[in-house]
Design a protein around this ligand. Structure first.
Ligand code: FAD
Ligand code: 2HG
Ligand code: ZN
Length: 483
């Protein structure tokens, strides 16, 4: 990949413009007129430390007007940009590839309004997900998305990636929950579509293009979102199971027994849980080895009631020998502890050096077969083992069972071409053959861009290109990525 010479190189004159526009010292990190490489590092490298850009300038607008002026100036001067939220994305989309200017949204962190009757929440794009959810908790509501990166990711970043997360099964996709968007196009136009309407069938639904648009057609500056009433009762159980067949049965039974109170059904294989223990020292909730684990959460209105249902469900699945062992959390600390076994996986897997990550939609009956086949393939190639000489630590699978979304992860001691060649295009072909998706919830970024054709037809890809060219004719928005 080469830097496209059509983009201007940043000069001190450009930097002066931004400094004057944004006023405050802290709103500009300037590596053009001085050496600021250390300060720039956090903006240039991604969460996995796999992708590293070379931006010499980071600008942090404080409001939508400023975003508009920044983008217009960049568009007029052919300066490429990367919108950046919490920088927790997992496909290399949030950091520059070369010297693109980082437009970081962290200063745009105002909650704008909340309506306690309708549950509609409106806020700046830079509000951190956990901050939004804590605010909503005080009002007895819940943000309809939750994920392990909640302490750092921003709601604008969540919408830009169309993040799925841990409770999509219950609250649905952001394509349904986001009611309106305020965004800025590269030419500076402010798109004010911050609708608070649940229903609005008056023409094309343009906001949907920004949901999952990964910063390629504009910058989201505000979001209006439908939030549900927060369930006062949360109960969590953690199971050990012998086979993936039994995991499927347990899921079916969970839907039957827990129906409207079921709020999450997560899968973790035994290997992923062992690596969590190895990396963090965390003690697992169940004794003995189990090839599979599930986490089941209920959210309802009466804790005793729900607990009874969950205990009865556990008794049923253990009685029928669907589940080999299980535990139900007895208090809030245990709820967090059980969730920790699931949410802690991505961080723990990075412990050995790096991780090859595949975020896939696969028909549920074949979901785990890919993990087994991949493990066999890499093991017979002599790449997996316990000591330093092997690049691969293990091949593990976990994910959002309720959404048929598998996270195939290959933690490695070092990134090696040989490992990559074994994995790609093998994984993508395997998924494509089953009409799955090569990126279920993390997006394309730079990591999955070359493989989009495994999930989308040439016609659809061409339509995407047309949209990109229409909104961003100069191609300044998040270049080298997506489509
Ligand atoms: P960033 O990483 O900063 O950006 C992501 C992309 O969006 C980039 O392309 C960027 O250019 C663009 N972008 C950011 N903000 C804007 C904006 N305001 N306007 C336009 N474009 C913008 N994802 C899931 O779907 N489900 C999970 O369960 C999940 N769990 C995770 C757990 C961990 C520990 C981590 C590290 C990540 C996880 N993710 C998960 C990845 C997920 O995509 C992100 O965490 C989150 O949605 C990204 O938000 P962010 O603010 O960090 O965006
Ligand atoms: C999760 O579900 C995230 O924990 C991250 O989507 C998955 O790191 C991954 O592969
Ligand atoms: Zn996930």
């Amino acid at each position: 990949l080469k830097r496209d010479p059509k983009y201007a190189k940043i000069s001190s004159e450009h930097v002066e413009y931004f400094k004057k526009l944004l006023g405050s010292e802290s709103a500009v990190v300037d590596g053009v007129s001085q050496d600021a490489s250390e300060d720039l590092e956090a903006f240039n490298s991604d969460w996995m430390r796999k992708y590293r850009g070379h931006a010499k300038l980071v600008v942090k607008p404080g409001n939508t007007e400023e975003v508009s002026k920044i983008l217009k100036y960049c568009n007029d001067n052919m300066l490429a940009v990367v919108p950046q939220g919490g920088n927790t994305g997992l496909v290399g989309g949030s950091v520059p590839v070369f010297d693109e200017i980082v437009i970081n949204l962290s200063r745009m962190n105002r909650i704008r309004s909340f309506d306690e009757v309708s549950g509609i929440f409106v806020a700046d794009a830079g509000v951190i997900l956990e901050v939004a959810d804590n605010f909503l908790a005080e009002k007895k509501h819940i943000f309809p998305l939750d994920l392990g990166a909640k302490g750092s990711c921003q709601i604008g970043g969540n919408v830009a990636t169309n993040a799925g997360g841990l409770r999509l099964l219950r609250y649905g996709s952001l394509h349904g929950n986001v009611l309106g968007i305020e965004a800025v196009l590269p030419n500076g136009t402010i798109v004010d579509d911050l609708s608070k309407l649940r229903k609005n069938n008056t023409g094309y639904d343009i906001k949907q293009l920004f949901i999952g648009g990964e910063g390629t057609i504009g910058i989201i500056t505000g979001v209006s979102i439908q939030c549900a009433q927060r369930s006062p009762a949360i109960n969590v159980a953690y199971f050990g199971l012998d086979s993936f067949e039994k995991v499927q049965t347990a899921f079916r039974e969970a839907k039957g027994h827990l129906s409207e109170i079921l709020s999450a059904f997560e899968l973790m294989d035994g290997r992923s849980q062992n690596l969590v223990t190895k990396a963090s020292g965390r003690k697992l909730p169940l004794e003995g080895e189990h090839p599979f684990h599930c986490l089941v959460e209920t959210s309802g209105s009466n804790s005793d009631h729900d607990n009874e249902k969950l205990e009865a469900f556990l008794e049923h699945v253990m009685g029928e020998e669907i589940v080999s062992d299980g535990v139900v959390a007895q208090d809030q600390t245990q709820v967090l502890d059980l969730w920790g076994c699931r949410e802690g996986i991505p961080e723990c897997l990075g412990h050995w050096g790096g991780v090859y990550k595949y975020d896939l939609s696969i028909p549920i009956n074949e979901l785990y077969a890919l993990v087994e086949e991949t493990r066999e393939k890499l093991t017979s190639a002599g790449l997996v083992g316990d000591s330093e000489q092997y690049p691969i630590v293990d091949v593990v699978g976990y994910g959002h069972m309720g959404d048929s979304n598998l996270h195939l992860n290959v933690p490695v001691r070092r990134y090696e071409k040989e490992v990559e060649n074994q994995l790609e295009p093998f994984v993508f072909e395997w998924v494509s053959k089953r009409n799955g998706s090569i990126s279920a919830e993390h997006g394309l970024g730079i990591a999955k861009k070359p493989f989009i054709r495994y999930s989308r037809s040439p016609t659809i890809i061409e339509l995407m290109r047309q949209i990109k060219n229409l909104y961003d004719p100069n191609g300044i928005m998040n270049p080298y990525k997506y489509v």
